[in-house]
Design a protein around this ligand. Structure first.
Ligand SMILES: [Zn+2]
Length: 218
């Protein structure tokens, strides 16, 4: 499971880890976007909340995650979890869902808020599939998504004030979560600075060190 404030490159790193280890990338953001697009009951409920600018409740997210973690690809190969848990309550529920197994590792990608603000100001995102781009790595063709052909834009809520508020909220919610995983000896932190390649290398390294120690990895 990967933790990191918005702009830390969490989504990108989860995709890279899932390729590296050939395991499914279980992303609550992707699952929600798909549910909204398909108009499922969860998607409809999520859309109403998001349109009002509200956060989605634990129940909705956990229901979705619990369903996904029961599918055969995840059971056979394991998973990289992205976007959940966000709170200690969710972490406890996740542990219950996974029992008798447990999460092998929670990796926290650490990055300073000033650097996040710089990154997020340059961020651009596909309105259809959520793929991330930036001013320094735009899509190949004129702000048209490489993945799905959708329009690539700056998110309306990517203003400095809104970003700062979200980061504050994140710190408040996540500090206890980080402590919770640390107290269970399931936490590793890696610096989120430098190129995406160097961050991936750091993450693989901490995973491999844990594996060699044999703590939990099956
Ligand atoms: Zn797209």
């Amino acid at each position: 499971m990967v933790l990191g404030k918005q702009g830390a490159g969490k989504g990108t790193q989860c995709v890279r880890l899932s390729h590296h280890y050939v395991v499914p990338h279980v992303s609550t953001g992707d699952m929600l976007r798909a549910a909204v697009k398909q108009g499922t009951p969860i998607g409809q409920k999520a859309k109403d909340l998001m349109d009002r600018g509200e956060l989605l409740g634990d129940e909705l997210i956990m229901e979705m995650v619990a369903e996904r973690l029961q599918e055969s690809d995840v059971r056979a190969r394991g998973f990289v979890l992205d976007g959940c848990p966000r709170t200690v309550a969710q972490a406890e529920e996740l542990a219950g869902i996974l029992a008798p197994f447990d999460l092998d590792l929670a990796i926290d990608i650490e990055i300073h808020t000033t650097q996040v603000l710089r990154r997020l100001a340059a961020r651009r995102v596909c309105v259809d599939c959520g793929a991330n781009y930036s001013l320094s790595s735009p899509p190949l063709i004129n702000w048209t998504c490489d993945v799905c052909g959708g329009e690539v834009v700056q998110r309306q809520d990517d203003t400095e004030e809104a970003i700062s508020r979200r980061l504050e909220l994140y710190e408040i919610q996540t500090a206890p979560l980080i402590e919770w995983y640390r107290s269970r000896n399931q936490l590793e932190s890696v610096p989120g600075t430098g190129s995406p390649d160097s961050v991936t290398r750091r993450m693989v390294k901490v995973i491999e060190i844990r594996r060699q120690r044999g703590s939990g990895f099956g």
